[in-house]
Design a protein. Structure first.
Length: 140
């Protein structure tokens, strides 16, 4: 083989490589990004203050999981929300209302949740103070 054929063969192989990479990149799903990225950044301080308030007041809730029921015990009556976030799929995320009324404990049925690892985010108000607590839980 002479130099001309080797150079042309090398160029053809390189062009096929570049074309295959272009086709591969265009077939990849579009990168999804959070459209509220900047607003969440601005609200980060508020959430951080709520998380810090939990530790200041020693208000960390007690979470018990038994079967398909989750019970949460607070130090004082509370109202708010509980979000279960599935790390592997945003479609499976669920939000529950939280209200202990005059008591300190509430229970919720999580039978609609898929078994596995969940990020549990509790956001509540108690005694005119706002709290935020996050915990990783496993639902069976």
């Amino acid at each position: 083989m002479n130099w001309g054929k080797g150079i042309i063969t090398g160029m053809v192989i390189f062009m096929v490589f570049i074309l295959s990479m272009c086709i591969y990149m265009f077939r990849m799903p579009a990168d999804e990004y959070d459209h509220q990225y900047y607003e969440k950044g601005l609200n980060f301080d508020k959430d951080f203050d709520k998380e810090r308030q939990v530790y200041k007041d020693h208000a960390q809730p007690e979470i018990n999981i038994s079967g398909k029921e989750v019970s949460v015990t607070f130090i004082e009556p509370a109202t708010g929300t509980v979000r279960f976030i599935r790390p592997s799929s945003e479609v499976l995320d669920k939000t529950f209302k939280l209200n202990t009324n005059a008591g300190k404990e509430t229970a919720m049925s999580v039978s609609s949740l898929v078994a596995g690892k969940w990020q549990m985010i509790l956001e509540w108000k108690s005694s005119d103070k706002f709290y935020l607590y996050q915990k990783e839980v496993y639902i069976k």
